[in-house]
Design a protein around this ligand. Sequence first.
Ligand SMILES: [Fe+2]
Length: 160
Amino acid sequence: MATLDPIAEFREDHRKVRDGILDLTDALGRRDIARAKEILMELNNLVGPHFRYEEESLYPALRTFLGEYVDQLLNEHNNVIETAKACLNLLSKESLTEQEAEDARKAAMSLLVHVSNCDGLAILSERFSQSDLEELGRKYEEARKQGVPLLEWADTIRGK
Ligand SMILES: [Fe+2]
């Protein structure tokens, strides 16, 4: 296949996000705010193209199998974006109270639910035709090439 494999890349992204979230919660647990912010920014860069590909290409295609459940996935994205914004706001402060650090840690940990739900979509994606998969691979590649970070995408392209 000339284009990237959309299912393999999709799952590989989820592994990276899973590990990033766990590293983030670990850093917050250690109250290492600088490291936590660094990880959050890495996740912001990684997840931007991933969400964009999902919302512009994958989720619409999955309506064939999932119908209205796709709306729930979009809602989960809204929650992820709100949580990421709230975490970034907190981590932009000079210092955090114990309560703030613990709230941020729990909020970050809660993001694992969406990673897990989203990865389950791979089992359905396997039933797309070869030409649909190639088209999805092209869209994925394009979203990565554009490389718009999550929070920037959410405030600009996504909102339009
Ligand atoms: Fe995903």
